[in-house]
Design a protein around this ligand. Structure first.
Ligand code: 4VP
Length: 513
Protein backbone atom coordinates (compact mmCIF):
# COMPACT_ATOMS: atom_id res chain seq x y z
CA UNK A 1 0.00 0.00 0.00
CA UNK A 2 1.23 3.50 -0.83
CA UNK A 3 2.22 5.72 2.07
CA UNK A 4 1.60 8.82 -0.01
CA UNK A 5 -0.72 11.28 1.76
CA UNK A 6 -1.91 13.60 -1.03
CA UNK A 7 -4.28 15.43 1.33
CA UNK A 8 -1.47 16.29 3.76
CA UNK A 9 1.59 16.81 1.60
CA UNK A 10 1.65 18.91 -1.56
CA UNK A 11 4.55 16.91 -3.04
CA UNK A 12 2.70 13.64 -2.39
CA UNK A 13 -0.31 15.11 -4.17
CA UNK A 14 1.82 15.80 -7.25
CA UNK A 15 3.35 12.32 -7.04
CA UNK A 16 -0.10 10.70 -6.93
CA UNK A 17 -1.13 12.64 -10.04
CA UNK A 18 2.11 11.59 -11.75
CA UNK A 19 1.48 7.95 -10.84
CA UNK A 20 -1.97 8.24 -12.41
CA UNK A 21 -0.58 9.80 -15.64
CA UNK A 22 -2.30 13.03 -14.69
CA UNK A 23 0.78 15.28 -14.57
CA UNK A 24 3.13 16.45 -17.29
CA UNK A 25 6.54 17.89 -16.47
CA UNK A 26 7.12 20.60 -19.04
CA UNK A 27 10.85 21.13 -19.58
CA UNK A 28 10.42 23.30 -22.67
CA UNK A 29 10.95 26.93 -21.71
CA UNK A 30 7.59 28.62 -21.03
CA UNK A 31 7.03 32.31 -20.53
CA UNK A 32 5.18 33.22 -17.31
CA UNK A 33 3.95 36.21 -19.27
CA UNK A 34 0.73 34.77 -20.79
CA UNK A 35 2.17 31.50 -22.20
CA UNK A 36 1.75 29.64 -18.88
CA UNK A 37 -1.76 31.07 -18.59
CA UNK A 38 -2.74 30.03 -22.11
CA UNK A 39 -1.45 26.48 -21.55
CA UNK A 40 -3.38 26.25 -18.30
CA UNK A 41 -6.59 27.47 -19.92
CA UNK A 42 -6.34 24.77 -22.59
CA UNK A 43 -5.64 22.17 -19.93
CA UNK A 44 -8.75 23.13 -17.93
CA UNK A 45 -11.00 23.36 -20.95
CA UNK A 46 -9.83 20.04 -22.47
CA UNK A 47 -9.46 18.26 -19.09
CA UNK A 48 -5.79 17.43 -19.72
CA UNK A 49 -3.10 16.38 -17.18
CA UNK A 50 -1.82 19.11 -14.86
CA UNK A 51 1.22 21.02 -16.11
CA UNK A 52 4.36 21.30 -13.93
CA UNK A 53 6.41 24.09 -15.50
CA UNK A 54 10.06 23.22 -14.84
CA UNK A 55 11.67 25.79 -17.13
CA UNK A 56 10.15 29.21 -16.66
CA UNK A 57 11.57 31.90 -18.91
CA UNK A 58 13.74 34.33 -16.99
CA UNK A 59 13.46 38.05 -17.29
CA UNK A 60 16.92 38.82 -18.73
CA UNK A 61 16.84 42.39 -17.46
CA UNK A 62 15.74 41.37 -13.98
CA UNK A 63 16.50 37.70 -13.28
CA UNK A 64 15.51 36.07 -9.99
CA UNK A 65 18.83 35.50 -8.18
CA UNK A 66 17.28 32.92 -5.86
CA UNK A 67 15.63 30.86 -8.61
CA UNK A 68 12.75 30.57 -6.20
CA UNK A 69 10.10 28.42 -7.87
CA UNK A 70 8.63 26.28 -10.63
CA UNK A 71 4.87 26.49 -11.27
CA UNK A 72 2.20 23.76 -10.98
CA UNK A 73 -1.17 24.62 -12.51
CA UNK A 74 -4.73 23.34 -12.74
CA UNK A 75 -4.52 21.28 -9.54
CA UNK A 76 -8.26 21.49 -8.89
CA UNK A 77 -9.37 21.22 -12.51
CA UNK A 78 -11.27 18.27 -13.91
CA UNK A 79 -9.70 15.09 -15.24
CA UNK A 80 -10.95 13.59 -18.50
CA UNK A 81 -13.82 11.27 -17.47
CA UNK A 82 -12.47 8.67 -19.92
CA UNK A 83 -9.64 8.21 -17.40
CA UNK A 84 -12.13 7.36 -14.63
CA UNK A 85 -13.62 9.98 -12.37
CA UNK A 86 -13.48 13.59 -13.56
CA UNK A 87 -13.38 14.73 -9.90
CA UNK A 88 -10.28 12.67 -9.05
CA UNK A 89 -8.12 15.70 -8.24
CA UNK A 90 -10.73 17.06 -5.83
CA UNK A 91 -10.96 13.63 -4.18
CA UNK A 92 -7.15 13.55 -3.80
CA UNK A 93 -7.26 16.96 -2.06
CA UNK A 94 -9.14 15.11 0.68
CA UNK A 95 -7.30 11.79 0.61
CA UNK A 96 -10.39 10.07 -0.81
CA UNK A 97 -10.41 7.30 -3.37
CA UNK A 98 -9.89 8.77 -6.84
CA UNK A 99 -13.24 7.36 -7.96
CA UNK A 100 -15.26 9.32 -5.37
CA UNK A 101 -17.99 11.30 -7.20
CA UNK A 102 -18.85 14.92 -6.35
CA UNK A 103 -22.04 14.17 -4.40
CA UNK A 104 -20.03 11.88 -2.09
CA UNK A 105 -17.29 14.51 -1.74
CA UNK A 106 -19.95 17.01 -0.66
CA UNK A 107 -21.33 14.53 1.90
CA UNK A 108 -17.81 13.86 3.21
CA UNK A 109 -17.26 17.59 3.80
CA UNK A 110 -20.57 17.85 5.66
CA UNK A 111 -19.90 14.75 7.76
CA UNK A 112 -16.51 16.12 8.88
CA UNK A 113 -18.36 18.99 10.56
CA UNK A 114 -19.89 16.53 13.00
CA UNK A 115 -16.45 15.14 13.94
CA UNK A 116 -14.44 16.49 16.84
CA UNK A 117 -12.13 19.29 15.64
CA UNK A 118 -8.43 18.33 15.78
CA UNK A 119 -6.18 21.35 16.37
CA UNK A 120 -2.76 21.52 14.71
CA UNK A 121 0.47 20.61 16.51
CA UNK A 122 3.21 23.21 16.77
CA UNK A 123 6.62 21.74 15.87
CA UNK A 124 9.12 22.87 18.49
CA UNK A 125 12.06 22.35 16.16
CA UNK A 126 10.96 24.55 13.29
CA UNK A 127 14.30 24.13 11.54
CA UNK A 128 13.25 20.61 10.51
CA UNK A 129 10.21 21.95 8.65
CA UNK A 130 10.45 21.85 4.84
CA UNK A 131 9.24 25.45 4.56
CA UNK A 132 12.20 26.66 6.63
CA UNK A 133 14.96 25.29 4.38
CA UNK A 134 15.82 28.74 2.97
CA UNK A 135 15.16 32.28 4.05
CA UNK A 136 15.46 35.70 2.44
CA UNK A 137 14.49 39.07 3.82
CA UNK A 138 15.00 42.78 3.40
CA UNK A 139 16.82 43.81 0.23
CA UNK A 140 17.09 40.24 -1.02
CA UNK A 141 13.34 40.21 -1.61
CA UNK A 142 12.67 41.31 -5.18
CA UNK A 143 9.14 40.31 -6.06
CA UNK A 144 9.38 41.80 -9.54
CA UNK A 145 12.21 39.40 -10.37
CA UNK A 146 10.11 36.32 -9.60
CA UNK A 147 8.64 34.34 -12.52
CA UNK A 148 5.10 35.09 -11.31
CA UNK A 149 2.54 34.69 -14.08
CA UNK A 150 0.55 37.28 -15.95
CA UNK A 151 -2.38 35.00 -16.62
CA UNK A 152 -4.83 36.77 -18.95
CA UNK A 153 -4.59 39.50 -21.57
CA UNK A 154 -5.83 42.60 -19.77
CA UNK A 155 -4.65 41.57 -16.30
CA UNK A 156 -3.22 44.53 -14.41
CA UNK A 157 -0.13 42.69 -13.22
CA UNK A 158 1.56 39.47 -12.21
CA UNK A 159 -0.73 37.37 -10.03
CA UNK A 160 1.62 35.53 -7.72
CA UNK A 161 -1.27 34.60 -5.45
CA UNK A 162 -4.10 32.59 -6.89
CA UNK A 163 -3.80 29.26 -5.05
CA UNK A 164 -1.99 30.10 -1.84
CA UNK A 165 -3.46 30.41 1.64
CA UNK A 166 -3.51 33.58 3.74
CA UNK A 167 -3.20 33.22 7.51
CA UNK A 168 -4.55 36.07 9.63
CA UNK A 169 -5.45 36.13 13.31
CA UNK A 170 -7.53 38.51 15.41
CA UNK A 171 -5.53 40.64 17.89
CA UNK A 172 -6.93 38.62 20.84
CA UNK A 173 -5.82 35.42 19.02
CA UNK A 174 -9.30 33.89 19.42
CA UNK A 175 -9.87 33.43 15.68
CA UNK A 176 -7.34 32.32 13.09
CA UNK A 177 -8.57 32.43 9.52
CA UNK A 178 -7.09 30.46 6.62
CA UNK A 179 -8.41 31.66 3.30
CA UNK A 180 -7.69 32.22 -0.39
CA UNK A 181 -7.84 35.76 -1.81
CA UNK A 182 -6.16 36.84 -5.02
CA UNK A 183 -2.90 38.81 -4.86
CA UNK A 184 -0.94 40.81 -7.44
CA UNK A 185 2.65 42.01 -7.25
CA UNK A 186 2.67 45.77 -6.65
CA UNK A 187 6.42 46.42 -6.42
CA UNK A 188 9.55 44.62 -5.23
CA UNK A 189 8.36 44.53 -1.62
CA UNK A 190 4.55 44.59 -1.82
CA UNK A 191 1.56 42.71 -3.10
CA UNK A 192 -2.01 43.95 -3.23
CA UNK A 193 -5.27 42.07 -3.40
CA UNK A 194 -8.96 41.84 -2.61
CA UNK A 195 -9.78 42.09 1.10
CA UNK A 196 -13.55 42.41 0.82
CA UNK A 197 -16.66 41.86 2.89
CA UNK A 198 -18.20 39.40 3.65
CA UNK A 199 -14.96 37.43 3.31
CA UNK A 200 -13.56 36.42 6.69
CA UNK A 201 -10.11 37.83 5.84
CA UNK A 202 -11.78 41.27 5.90
CA UNK A 203 -13.58 40.59 9.18
CA UNK A 204 -10.32 39.56 10.88
CA UNK A 205 -8.47 42.55 9.40
CA UNK A 206 -11.22 44.89 10.66
CA UNK A 207 -10.61 43.70 14.24
CA UNK A 208 -7.11 45.21 13.94
CA UNK A 209 -8.52 48.43 12.53
CA UNK A 210 -10.91 48.62 15.53
CA UNK A 211 -7.92 48.84 17.89
CA UNK A 212 -6.08 51.35 15.71
CA UNK A 213 -3.66 48.82 14.20
CA UNK A 214 -5.18 48.49 10.74
CA UNK A 215 -1.90 49.64 9.21
CA UNK A 216 0.19 46.73 10.57
CA UNK A 217 -1.77 43.52 10.54
CA UNK A 218 0.48 40.45 10.68
CA UNK A 219 -0.10 38.05 7.81
CA UNK A 220 1.41 34.94 6.29
CA UNK A 221 0.79 33.78 2.74
CA UNK A 222 1.58 30.10 2.33
CA UNK A 223 2.02 28.34 -1.02
CA UNK A 224 1.90 24.59 -1.58
CA UNK A 225 0.08 23.92 1.68
CA UNK A 226 -1.52 20.55 2.46
CA UNK A 227 -4.15 20.14 -0.29
CA UNK A 228 -6.91 19.60 2.31
CA UNK A 229 -6.01 23.04 3.68
CA UNK A 230 -6.23 24.84 0.38
CA UNK A 231 -9.56 23.19 -0.31
CA UNK A 232 -11.01 24.23 3.04
CA UNK A 233 -9.59 27.74 2.58
CA UNK A 234 -12.08 28.21 -0.26
CA UNK A 235 -14.89 27.19 2.06
CA UNK A 236 -17.32 29.59 3.69
CA UNK A 237 -17.27 27.79 7.05
CA UNK A 238 -18.99 29.70 9.86
CA UNK A 239 -17.46 32.82 11.37
CA UNK A 240 -15.11 32.14 14.31
CA UNK A 241 -14.58 28.54 13.16
CA UNK A 242 -10.90 27.73 12.87
CA UNK A 243 -10.16 26.15 9.51
CA UNK A 244 -7.07 24.35 10.87
CA UNK A 245 -9.14 22.41 13.44
CA UNK A 246 -11.80 21.45 10.90
CA UNK A 247 -9.09 20.25 8.50
CA UNK A 248 -7.69 18.09 11.32
CA UNK A 249 -11.13 16.48 11.69
CA UNK A 250 -11.34 16.07 7.92
CA UNK A 251 -8.00 14.28 7.53
CA UNK A 252 -8.19 12.49 10.89
CA UNK A 253 -5.00 13.93 12.38
CA UNK A 254 -3.35 17.15 13.49
CA UNK A 255 -1.64 19.27 10.90
CA UNK A 256 1.96 20.16 11.72
CA UNK A 257 2.55 23.89 11.95
CA UNK A 258 5.54 26.12 12.67
CA UNK A 259 5.83 29.66 13.92
CA UNK A 260 6.57 32.42 11.45
CA UNK A 261 9.97 34.14 11.59
CA UNK A 262 8.66 37.66 12.17
CA UNK A 263 5.29 37.27 13.90
CA UNK A 264 3.32 34.80 16.05
CA UNK A 265 1.30 33.27 13.23
CA UNK A 266 1.60 29.56 12.66
CA UNK A 267 1.82 28.08 9.16
CA UNK A 268 1.75 24.53 7.75
CA UNK A 269 5.27 23.12 8.20
CA UNK A 270 5.07 21.37 4.85
CA UNK A 271 4.45 24.56 2.81
CA UNK A 272 6.53 25.15 -0.29
CA UNK A 273 6.93 28.86 0.42
CA UNK A 274 5.79 31.31 3.08
CA UNK A 275 5.62 35.09 2.64
CA UNK A 276 5.43 36.97 5.95
CA UNK A 277 4.78 40.59 6.67
CA UNK A 278 2.11 43.14 7.46
CA UNK A 279 -1.11 44.19 5.77
CA UNK A 280 -1.91 47.88 5.70
CA UNK A 281 -5.64 48.61 5.28
CA UNK A 282 -4.95 52.33 5.16
CA UNK A 283 -2.63 52.25 2.16
CA UNK A 284 -4.69 51.65 -0.97
CA UNK A 285 -3.15 51.04 -4.40
CA UNK A 286 -4.57 49.98 -7.75
CA UNK A 287 -5.25 46.24 -8.03
CA UNK A 288 -6.35 44.42 -11.18
CA UNK A 289 -8.03 44.14 -13.52
CA UNK A 290 -7.96 40.34 -13.32
CA UNK A 291 -9.69 37.71 -15.45
CA UNK A 292 -12.04 36.09 -13.00
CA UNK A 293 -14.10 32.98 -12.33
CA UNK A 294 -16.94 34.02 -14.65
CA UNK A 295 -14.71 33.98 -17.73
CA UNK A 296 -14.02 37.68 -18.40
CA UNK A 297 -11.33 40.27 -17.91
CA UNK A 298 -12.58 43.84 -18.29
CA UNK A 299 -9.43 45.76 -19.26
CA UNK A 300 -8.99 49.26 -18.00
CA UNK A 301 -8.49 50.49 -14.50
CA UNK A 302 -8.25 48.33 -11.43
CA UNK A 303 -9.72 49.09 -8.04
CA UNK A 304 -8.13 50.40 -4.87
CA UNK A 305 -6.98 47.58 -2.62
CA UNK A 306 -4.82 47.42 0.50
CA UNK A 307 -1.12 46.71 0.51
CA UNK A 308 0.73 43.71 1.94
CA UNK A 309 4.39 44.39 2.78
CA UNK A 310 6.44 41.20 2.31
CA UNK A 311 9.24 41.28 4.86
CA UNK A 312 10.52 37.70 4.89
CA UNK A 313 10.23 34.70 2.59
CA UNK A 314 11.04 31.16 3.69
CA UNK A 315 10.99 28.35 1.16
CA UNK A 316 11.97 24.78 0.53
CA UNK A 317 14.54 23.71 -2.03
CA UNK A 318 13.15 23.67 -5.58
CA UNK A 319 9.92 25.25 -4.38
CA UNK A 320 6.77 24.96 -6.48
CA UNK A 321 4.20 27.75 -6.79
CA UNK A 322 0.65 26.42 -7.26
CA UNK A 323 -1.36 28.58 -9.65
CA UNK A 324 -5.03 28.81 -10.57
CA UNK A 325 -6.04 30.55 -13.78
CA UNK A 326 -9.74 31.32 -13.44
CA UNK A 327 -12.05 31.68 -16.42
CA UNK A 328 -14.47 29.58 -18.41
CA UNK A 329 -15.38 26.34 -16.66
CA UNK A 330 -13.84 24.28 -15.24
CA UNK A 331 -11.14 25.48 -12.82
CA UNK A 332 -10.65 25.70 -9.07
CA UNK A 333 -13.02 28.64 -8.70
CA UNK A 334 -15.81 26.35 -9.89
CA UNK A 335 -14.74 23.01 -8.40
CA UNK A 336 -13.48 24.24 -5.04
CA UNK A 337 -15.34 27.50 -4.36
CA UNK A 338 -18.48 26.15 -6.05
CA UNK A 339 -18.10 22.68 -4.53
CA UNK A 340 -17.71 24.02 -1.03
CA UNK A 341 -20.61 26.45 -1.40
CA UNK A 342 -22.63 23.42 -2.48
CA UNK A 343 -21.66 21.58 0.69
CA UNK A 344 -22.59 24.58 2.85
CA UNK A 345 -25.94 24.95 1.07
CA UNK A 346 -26.81 21.29 1.57
CA UNK A 347 -25.83 21.63 5.23
CA UNK A 348 -28.03 24.74 5.51
CA UNK A 349 -30.99 22.72 4.21
CA UNK A 350 -30.33 20.01 6.80
CA UNK A 351 -30.41 22.66 9.54
CA UNK A 352 -33.72 24.20 8.43
CA UNK A 353 -36.90 22.77 10.05
CA UNK A 354 -38.93 22.94 6.83
CA UNK A 355 -36.23 22.27 4.24
CA UNK A 356 -34.39 19.42 5.90
CA UNK A 357 -36.51 16.66 4.36
CA UNK A 358 -37.31 18.54 1.19
CA UNK A 359 -33.92 19.60 -0.25
CA UNK A 360 -32.07 16.43 -1.18
CA UNK A 361 -28.97 17.80 -2.91
CA UNK A 362 -27.33 21.17 -3.61
CA UNK A 363 -24.81 21.84 -6.37
CA UNK A 364 -23.35 24.77 -8.28
CA UNK A 365 -23.17 23.37 -11.84
CA UNK A 366 -19.81 24.19 -13.40
CA UNK A 367 -21.38 25.49 -16.61
CA UNK A 368 -23.07 28.15 -14.46
CA UNK A 369 -19.59 29.27 -13.25
CA UNK A 370 -20.79 29.18 -9.62
CA UNK A 371 -23.44 31.86 -10.22
CA UNK A 372 -26.14 29.19 -10.22
CA UNK A 373 -27.16 26.93 -7.37
CA UNK A 374 -29.32 23.93 -8.22
CA UNK A 375 -31.45 22.43 -5.46
CA UNK A 376 -33.02 19.00 -5.89
CA UNK A 377 -36.44 18.80 -4.26
CA UNK A 378 -38.07 15.69 -2.84
CA UNK A 379 -41.56 16.22 -4.26
CA UNK A 380 -43.25 13.74 -1.89
CA UNK A 381 -41.96 15.75 1.08
CA UNK A 382 -42.74 19.04 -0.66
CA UNK A 383 -46.45 18.11 -0.84
CA UNK A 384 -46.43 17.58 2.95
CA UNK A 385 -45.47 21.26 3.42
CA UNK A 386 -48.86 22.19 1.95
CA UNK A 387 -47.32 25.17 0.20
CA UNK A 388 -47.22 26.69 -3.28
CA UNK A 389 -44.61 28.00 -5.69
CA UNK A 390 -44.57 31.60 -4.51
CA UNK A 391 -44.49 30.80 -0.80
CA UNK A 392 -41.85 28.08 -1.17
CA UNK A 393 -39.58 30.13 -3.43
CA UNK A 394 -39.76 33.06 -1.01
CA UNK A 395 -38.78 30.76 1.85
CA UNK A 396 -35.84 29.38 -0.14
CA UNK A 397 -34.70 32.75 -1.52
CA UNK A 398 -34.83 34.59 1.78
CA UNK A 399 -32.99 31.80 3.58
CA UNK A 400 -30.21 31.32 1.04
CA UNK A 401 -29.70 34.85 -0.25
CA UNK A 402 -29.24 36.15 3.28
CA UNK A 403 -26.45 33.67 3.98
CA UNK A 404 -22.69 34.04 3.47
CA UNK A 405 -22.25 30.95 1.27
CA UNK A 406 -24.73 32.39 -1.25
CA UNK A 407 -22.83 35.67 -1.54
CA UNK A 408 -21.59 34.42 -4.94
CA UNK A 409 -24.93 32.97 -6.16
CA UNK A 410 -27.40 34.92 -8.33
CA UNK A 411 -29.84 32.24 -9.46
CA UNK A 412 -31.23 29.33 -7.47
CA UNK A 413 -32.88 26.64 -9.59
CA UNK A 414 -35.39 24.26 -8.02
CA UNK A 415 -35.87 20.93 -9.77
CA UNK A 416 -37.73 17.73 -8.93
CA UNK A 417 -36.23 14.47 -7.78
CA UNK A 418 -36.11 12.93 -11.25
CA UNK A 419 -33.28 15.32 -12.17
CA UNK A 420 -29.64 14.53 -11.43
CA UNK A 421 -28.34 18.03 -10.66
CA UNK A 422 -24.75 16.85 -11.22
CA UNK A 423 -25.64 16.14 -14.85
CA UNK A 424 -25.75 19.53 -16.55
CA UNK A 425 -27.53 18.22 -19.66
CA UNK A 426 -30.45 17.10 -17.50
CA UNK A 427 -30.43 20.21 -15.35
CA UNK A 428 -30.39 22.55 -18.33
CA UNK A 429 -33.19 20.58 -19.97
CA UNK A 430 -35.31 20.90 -16.82
CA UNK A 431 -34.51 24.62 -16.71
CA UNK A 432 -35.57 25.17 -20.32
CA UNK A 433 -38.77 23.14 -20.10
CA UNK A 434 -40.19 23.42 -16.59
CA UNK A 435 -40.49 27.09 -15.80
CA UNK A 436 -42.36 29.89 -17.51
CA UNK A 437 -39.84 32.75 -17.75
CA UNK A 438 -40.99 35.56 -15.51
CA UNK A 439 -44.04 33.77 -14.06
CA UNK A 440 -41.99 31.14 -12.21
CA UNK A 441 -39.11 33.41 -11.25
CA UNK A 442 -39.02 35.30 -7.96
CA UNK A 443 -36.68 38.23 -7.46
CA UNK A 444 -34.88 39.18 -4.25
CA UNK A 445 -33.96 42.84 -4.35
CA UNK A 446 -32.83 43.39 -0.77
CA UNK A 447 -30.04 40.85 -0.68
CA UNK A 448 -26.40 41.51 -1.51
CA UNK A 449 -25.14 41.38 -5.11
CA UNK A 450 -21.84 39.69 -5.95
CA UNK A 451 -19.63 42.55 -7.22
CA UNK A 452 -17.53 40.20 -9.37
CA UNK A 453 -20.54 38.89 -11.36
CA UNK A 454 -20.08 40.48 -14.81
CA UNK A 455 -23.73 41.59 -15.07
CA UNK A 456 -23.31 43.37 -11.72
CA UNK A 457 -19.87 44.90 -12.32
CA UNK A 458 -20.92 46.12 -15.78
CA UNK A 459 -24.45 47.16 -14.84
CA UNK A 460 -26.24 49.79 -12.77
CA UNK A 461 -26.31 47.62 -9.64
CA UNK A 462 -22.57 48.14 -9.12
CA UNK A 463 -23.61 51.43 -7.45
CA UNK A 464 -25.90 49.81 -4.88
CA UNK A 465 -24.59 46.23 -4.76
CA UNK A 466 -28.13 45.14 -3.97
CA UNK A 467 -30.42 42.54 -5.49
CA UNK A 468 -30.51 40.88 -8.90
CA UNK A 469 -30.99 37.53 -7.18
CA UNK A 470 -33.57 35.09 -8.44
CA UNK A 471 -35.20 31.77 -7.57
CA UNK A 472 -36.35 29.92 -10.69
CA UNK A 473 -38.96 27.30 -9.95
CA UNK A 474 -38.63 24.34 -12.33
CA UNK A 475 -41.31 22.36 -10.49
CA UNK A 476 -44.72 22.15 -12.18
CA UNK A 477 -47.57 23.65 -10.06
CA UNK A 478 -49.10 20.21 -9.51
CA UNK A 479 -45.85 18.95 -7.98
CA UNK A 480 -46.85 21.01 -4.92
CA UNK A 481 -50.16 19.10 -4.72
CA UNK A 482 -51.02 15.50 -3.80
CA UNK A 483 -52.17 14.78 -7.38
CA UNK A 484 -48.63 15.42 -8.67
CA UNK A 485 -47.70 15.40 -12.35
CA UNK A 486 -47.63 12.37 -14.54
CA UNK A 487 -44.98 12.50 -17.22
CA UNK A 488 -42.75 10.09 -19.01
CA UNK A 489 -39.39 11.53 -19.95
CA UNK A 490 -38.43 10.88 -23.55
CA UNK A 491 -34.86 9.82 -22.90
CA UNK A 492 -33.23 6.43 -22.40
CA UNK A 493 -33.87 6.66 -18.64
CA UNK A 494 -37.59 6.99 -19.33
CA UNK A 495 -37.93 3.36 -20.56
CA UNK A 496 -38.99 0.47 -18.30
CA UNK A 497 -36.19 -1.29 -16.47
CA UNK A 498 -36.90 -4.53 -18.35
CA UNK A 499 -36.52 -2.84 -21.74
CA UNK A 500 -33.39 -0.99 -20.67
CA UNK A 501 -31.84 -4.16 -19.31
CA UNK A 502 -32.57 -6.06 -22.51
CA UNK A 503 -31.17 -3.27 -24.70
CA UNK A 504 -28.00 -2.94 -22.65
CA UNK A 505 -27.44 -6.71 -22.62
CA UNK A 506 -27.84 -6.93 -26.37
CA UNK A 507 -25.85 -3.77 -27.13
CA UNK A 508 -22.84 -5.40 -28.76
CA UNK A 509 -25.08 -7.95 -30.47
CA UNK A 510 -26.77 -5.02 -32.26
CA UNK A 511 -23.32 -4.10 -33.58
CA UNK A 512 -22.53 -1.24 -31.15
CA UNK A 513 -19.22 -1.32 -29.37
C1 4VP B 1 -16.01 34.33 -2.93
C2 4VP B 1 -15.69 34.39 -4.15
C3 4VP B 1 -14.57 35.11 -4.73
C4 4VP B 1 -14.05 34.59 -5.89
C5 4VP B 1 -12.98 35.20 -6.50
C6 4VP B 1 -12.46 36.34 -5.94
O1 4VP B 1 -11.41 36.94 -6.53
C7 4VP B 1 -12.98 36.87 -4.78
C8 4VP B 1 -14.06 36.26 -4.18
Amino acid sequence: MSDLRPELRFRDFLQVLKNENDLIEITTECDPNLEVGAIMRRVYEEKLPVPLFKNLKKDIKNPDPNNLFDIAGCLGGLRDAKKGNDHARIAHHLGLDSQTPMNKIIDYLIEAKTKKPIPPILLEDASAAPCKMNKISGDRIRLNALPAPTLHHGDGGKYIQTYGMFVLQTPDKSWTNWSIARGMIHDDKHITGLVINPQHIRKVADKWAEIGKGDRIPFALCFGVPPASILVSSMPIPEDATEADYIGALVGESLSVVKCETNDLQVPADSEMVFEGTLNLNKMVEEGPFGEMHGYCFPGHGHPCPLYAVETITYRDNAILPVSNPGLCTDETHTLIGGLVSAECKQMALEHPKLKNVIMEAFTPYEGVALWLALKVNTTELVKLNTNSEEFCKLVGEYYYNSKPCFIIHEIILVGDDIDIFDFRKLFWAYATRHTPGDDQYMFEDSRSFPLAPFISQGPRIKTLKGGNCVTDCLFPNQYKPEGVNFITCDFDGYDESIKEKVLKSWSEYGYK
